[in-house]
Design a protein around this ligand. Sequence first.
Ligand code: ADP
Length: 289
Amino acid sequence: AIWNLGSINADMVYAVPHLPGPGETLAATELSQFLGGKGANMSVAAARAGAHVCHIGAVGADGRWAVDRLTEYGVDTRQIAEVSAPTGHAIIAVEASGENQILLFAGANHAITTDQLGQAMSQAGAGDILVLQNETNAQVEAVKMGRELGLKVCYAAAPFDADAVQAVLPYLDFLILNEVEAAQLQEATGMAPQDLPVAQVIVTFGADGARYFDTNTGENQVFPAFKVKAVDTTGAGDTFTGYVLAGMDRGLPMPQAISQAMRAAAIMVTRHGTADVIPDLKDVQDAIL
Ligand code: ADP
């Protein structure tokens, strides 16, 4: 099973005639609300890939719809707490050209308690996977618990913060970063991916694919991406990570898990939207790429 300490956001997308400037009051012409947050996206991706995913997180009373949506997509939501803080959200203004402006509020995503975490993790078994990203609190507590319980501890270093990733680094078995994050981590630590004290590292390069490092053997392997017509790359990285984790959880060798994740992410970039449009395993296997 996969345990995901992850964010749950309401993505509120407002169509605007132009991006607002300082002091400006602007009427939006349209509002669409979607399920978002890197954590939620990864849970949906791993569940769609066939894994049992238990999401550990928090929402406010205004976020029950998001929990229902996760349940609908096959995620185990029993460890999501309802707290007094508002649900995490992103206010996204988009002008006709596609240019956007995003305001993020972590809200309930930063209200996860150690008690909640301990209670959830007490149900995990050795060999299970724990994954987290940098959109919740309690990250260090979680990786320490994961280590103690014999879980495989995985971290997606996004949104990138050098202090946050360095705080969890000693407890990780697996680290996934995009190219920009990898450069930022190297800048902060002076260590290239293959030198990190983490057994397995993946660096993704968007349309250029990904590189997998086995830091014990020093080997690395390049995986070219599938050539597709990209229309919306949001959620590609989260889908990739969710699929890699689901593959690992199923016992697939890493190269196979990565190939499958590559297919899923390639399909994802041909679709508009995020959590709501993540392909399932059958779509991924049947797709002609
Ligand atoms: P992030 O979204 O975290 O920045 P990337 O942009 O590196 O991550 O994308 C993650 C993975 O998604 C890539 O390794 C690749 O497999 C797939 N991907 C992203 N963009 C494209 C694209 N334009 N064409 C095909 N695959 C893509």
